[in-house]
Design a protein around this ligand. Sequence first.
Ligand SMILES: *[C@@H]1O[C@H](CO)[C@@H](O)[C@H](O)[C@H]1NC(C)=O
Ligand SMILES: *[C@@H]1O[C@H](CO)[C@@H](O)[C@H](O)[C@H]1NC(C)=O
Length: 576
Amino acid sequence: MKLLFVLCLQFVLETCCTGKEGHPNFVLIMVDDLGIGDLGCYGNTTLRTPNIDRLAQEGVKLTQHIAAAPLCTPSRAAFMTGRYPIRSGMAGYGRSGVYIVAAASGGLPTEEITFAKLAKQNGYSTALIGKWHLGLNCESNNDYCHHPLNHGFNYFYGITMTNLRDCQPDHGTVFSKAYGHIPFPSIAVALITVLVFHSCGIIIVPRKVVLYAALLIALGLVLFAIFVVTFPYLNCFLMKNHQIVQQPFSSEDLTTRMTHEAIEFLQRNREQPFLLVFTFLQVHTALFASQRFKGKSKHGLYGDAVEEVDWSVGQIMNTLDHLNLNERTLVYFTSDQGAHLEEISSINGDIHGGWNGIYKGGKATNWEGGIRVPGIVRWTGVLPAGTHNDQPTSNMDIFPTVVNLAGLPVPSDRIIDGHNLMPLLQGNILQSEHEFLFHYCNAYLNAVMLHPRQSDSIWKVFFFTPNFYPENSNSCLHTHVCLCTKGYITHHDPPLLFDLSKDPSEEIPLTPETEPNFHLIMAVVREAVANHTKTLSDVPNQLSLSNAIWKPWLQPCCSSLSELCVCDKDNSDANL
Ligand SMILES: *[C@@H]1O[C@H](CO)[C@@H](O)[C@H](O)[C@H]1NC(C)=O
Ligand SMILES: *[C@@H]1O[C@H](CO)[C@@H](O)[C@H](O)[C@H]1NC(C)=O
């Protein structure tokens, strides 16, 4: 009897606790463009985020959690792979650093290894619910080479793009905007004039030129008719795995549907190891919130959207509670970059971007406001609850952390820039393994953080800074996001130096007079940059013009053309 009891107990202990001791589940939550100053647990007193605050109370709050890039596409590439985006070709040299059309050929290369791919190899059930923004197809409209299912996810429910304005009524589309930039009417007038003059015999141009001019006009008209007037929703489709289930997707109840999808995934997989990546479309513009949240916050539609995000996080946490999975599940919460400060509604002046607290600048810059993001890690019983950690950490650290905990070695055939967070979070080491962090603005090395071993100082060296507009403001209102290219930045030689440990708002650059180690710091940083640069290899640029432009043959469409790519066959639960 006693023996039976012992055996039973042993059995219970083994089965109940293998998760805890062994490989935990993962729920990784990413919000879009959420500012670090928007959350109660990071000091906000007027936006209500009780669920996210609870996550922080039950876990470790990172106060210096740094996104590897200040824009969606590269930041997410780094998050998924644990590598600087420049290594995978996910850093652009041009003006735009992200994908703005779904039918572009660039995306996260198949050779890259995501944490999901490795977790799946080790028996995890994996899902991505929400925004991807890392490409879709390569050569045809159904090869899905960059699709989440090709990057280690068993299940996908969401959008391959971002929450563009295209999908909201009265906002115009990326295509119509692109048309706006091409002086189409002037070109047409010029060409027609040439044709008319030629036909009247006033000028004589070679037949070839006449032919090309006529063709150009016709092509322009056809493109305009088809893609600006007729098909406004080319970028706005919701997918379930490979199938488009809604085009255009209706954003208003999408967070609810995504939340239900997440809950169902957790319930389906309660008995087996799982990895859920849940990435909100909110709080990117054009803003939306479901009926139940509209008009409820003190901060307009932006605040409503944040509070809906918080509700959704709460639903996921409640599900983990009910399924009794808290001790077997690591939950991570973050934002892909800082708040988008230029988002001020042109209609009524409402502020549609978030709040970065005491930090300078915002999305698209490497000032702390662009890259210092919320970072909360909860694993009940394993990580100390209600603590915070001020060491520099990166969203690239999630890759090695997940891979290690899932029971696999980190790939050795490539450089992984992230570090396993567990020793730091559990207090086994006191200093972050990030002695350096390289802050890229698209493909350009913008700044370097240096946290010397055995030192409290956290130096940050800027080689260039964005030109704010208006000049003494905190953002780039003239271009809507700050840019990293010539004409929009100021180079600094010697570079600007700050000590984030004393001046987190990056207000007063240090000089050789105010910082005796100035030259030494510069020398170390220069050497680190040289070392880092040597580790970069030439890879195809996934954001080159040819990989970022719209290619008609890659365009997915959920219906026959006569139905204008409009459909709605989503059966996900939209009730609260
Ligand atoms: C809270 O967030 C809102 C919305 O982003 C912002 O306007 C406000 O200034 C923040 N409040 C505090 C105290 O940080
Ligand atoms: C650069 O690399 C060399 C050789 O590996 C190493 O000795 C040196 O410490 C590195 N410098 C910095 C600043 O990391």
